[in-house]
Write a protein that binds this ligand. Structure first.
Ligand SMILES: [Zn+2]
Length: 81
């Protein structure tokens, strides 16, 4: 529906789901799938700088390796900082 085809740094074809975003500190992160039927979740696309180079940790935190855009895992986690 709102999938946008993109190519990663490893020449992998991936699909950015423009209808599914997570709010980050600097901009949105869109969910990226490795197939166009949304079966395989590949990672995230940083809308702030246009990078697919993002890291997700086990707590669900998303960070862009290019611009530092960050989505904190949980509200309660942020309150402890
Ligand atoms: Zn970024």
């Amino acid at each position: 529906m709102e999938l946008e085809a993109a190519t990663t740094g490893e020449n992998e074809r991936v699909y950015i789901d423009r209808g599914h975003a997570e709010r980050g500190a600097e901009g949105r992160f869109y969910v990226v799938f490795s197939d166009d039927s949304r079966q395989d979740r590949w990672g995230f696309y940083c809308d702030n700088c246009g990078s697919l180079d993002t890291a997700v940790d086990t707590m669900g935190r998303i960070e862009c390796n290019d611009c530092g855009n960050l989505r904190k895992a949980d509200e309660w986690d942020a309150a402890h900082e």
